[in-house]
Design a protein around this ligand. Structure first.
Ligand SMILES: [Zn+2]
Length: 183
């Protein structure tokens, strides 16, 4: 689906603690739609070269009415804003708009890690701060089983403190969700 970016909001913290940027669109059929992009999520890569008000995009999928799926593969076909083309590793070309609103992933991650000690990378992946400016990657699968790539997890047969931090975070989220349902 075709659409034009009409507004890009400042980063905000969501209920589950992820920082996100709301982007608004006017779709080709005249409808309004939005999507929330987390710069720490992998699908942000698909958007960051295109984040500019006025850019016309193709490839927008709707999750539901009024909501563009952040997992869409947005593309610029005919650039209507200033920018340039770059080769992609797959042999194609991608358009990179000038003066992007891109929030640097590293900066956003750094801030979140400073405040909370970890950052949610989406799909069960977390980056957790360890000692001496080291970071470890925790993954929690759908059944709640977690792994960490730190030495403690590897050598001891028990959950390390990085996994415990994420488990606690996920438990709190689950509780919040539960209490919201009963209200
Ligand atoms: Zn660990």
């Amino acid at each position: 689906m075709l659409g034009t970016i009409t507004k890009i909001h400042e980063l905000k913290e969501s209920r589950n603690g992820n920082w996100f940027m709301r982007v608004e669109f006017r779709l080709k059929n005249g409808d309004w739609a939005k999507t929330d992009l987390c710069p720490s999520f992998r699908n942000y890569e698909r958007w960051k070269y295109l984040l500019k008000v006025g850019v016309d995009l193709t490839g927008l999928n709707l999750k539901r009415k009024g909501e563009v799926n952040a997992d869409s593969y947005p593309e610029v076909r005919k650039p209507n804003v200033a920018g340039h083309w770059e080769d992609t590793p797959s042999g194609g070309m991608k358009f990179v708009a000038d003066d992007l609103v891109d929030k640097k992933v590293e900066e956003v991650e750094q801030k979140q890690i400073m405040i909370k000690g970890f950052v949610d990378k989406g799909n069960g992946y977390f980056k957790v701060a360890g000692k001496q400016e080291k970071y470890y990657n925790v993954y929690v699968n759908e059944n709640g089983y977690a792994t960490c790539d730190c030495p403690a997890f590897h050598y001891k047969n028990e959950y390390c403190k990085h996994v415990k931090i994420i488990k606690k975070h996920l438990d709190e989220l689950a509780k919040k969700k539960g209490s919201r349902k009963t209200n």
